[in-house]
Design a protein around this ligand. Structure first.
Ligand code: ZN
Length: 278
């Protein structure tokens, strides 16, 4: 009897205090350009959370704890990071660890040198467009996303990964902020989750672009499109077509470029389709 008790006790000790759910296991990739899923406990009313002063996505994982799904900017160094959590009038800080990740280099040759070293009049346009897109990424709507594990917007092989350090005609520019799929021009691009169209533009670098807000700062951006199939303010269902693949803006050929943003941090879209490579 005593031996049975000891065995039972040992088994209980071996179990983790909180078995994490599917969303946590899939999305928790805490590296620069990745996602940290922070467990907030199951008690009480809905908590709110912030990271680097920006509101963070908080959901209740089905049948489990509240979780904060935190986007980690590429610029964050490995080490300890904090989020601030507010619940029922009380505030607390929670820590999470960011590990290291190595991002490769990519060298691209562009015939249009104006897309590498823009003219003064281009810079005026680029800065205006950057401000417009940054404001969209910083918007925070209250709705809970229809799904956090996302559908692929197109069926096709992944080409350029997120985070590549890019050199255009030998000059270093911003790292690759999204994930590319190699698919032909005209391929329909489908919303990976339901959302609202919060920005449409024709931009110097991104070409024809659509921003879809999935809720609580969880935002998809599609660019270089040949055609846009939605209007500003449209509610797009999961799987609804937002536009067609093209090569507008700074692109060497037709492909689908997809950004995913959480709390105004561009993160690796591969995480959300279960294709993340450490
Ligand atoms: Zn791209």
């Amino acid at each position: 009897m005593f031996r049975v008790f000891c065995l039972l006790f040992a088994t209980l000790l071996a179990l983790p205090a909180h078995a994490e759910g599917f969303i946590s296991r899939t999305l928790n990739k805490p590296v620069p350009g990745g996602v940290a899923v922070v467990q907030l406990g199951s008690a009480g009313p809905a908590p709110s959370a912030s990271y680097q002063g920006k509101p963070v996505l908080v959901v209740r994982e089905e049948g489990r704890d509240w979780i904060a799904v935190v986007g980690i900017p590429l610029s964050v160094k490995p080490g300890t990071q904090q989020i601030q959590v507010k619940q029922a009038g009380a505030s607390r800080s929670l820590a999470f660890q960011v590990g290291a990740k190595h991002y490769r280099e990519q060298r691209i040759t562009l015939k249009n040198t104006r897309q590498v070293n823009p003219l003064p009049e281009d810079l005026k346009r680029i800065n205006r467009e950057l401000a417009e897109q940054t404001a969209a990424y910083r918007s925070f709507s209250p709705g809970t996303p229809s799904n956090l594990v996302l559908d692929k917007p197109v069926n096709g092989p992944l080409s350029s990964p997120f985070g590549l350090r890019r050199f255009f005609n030998g000059e270093e520019r911003n790292p690759h902020s999204g994930l590319d799929f190699a698919v032909p021009a005209g391929t329909p691009i489908k919303a990976p989750a339901a959302g609202k169209v919060i920005l449409i533009g024709n931009y110097f670098f991104n070409g024809n672009t659509v921003f879809v807000d999935h809720g609580q700062g969880f935002i998809s951006m599609f660019c270089h499109m040949s055609k846009i199939d939605v209007k500003l303010g449209d509610q797009v269902p999961r799987g609804g077509v937002v536009g067609r693949v093209g090569a507008t803006g700074r692109a060497t050929g037709p492909h689908m470029h997809w950004n995913v943003s959480l709390n105004d941090a561009r993160v690796d879209p591969a995480i959300f389709i279960g294709a993340f490579k450490p």
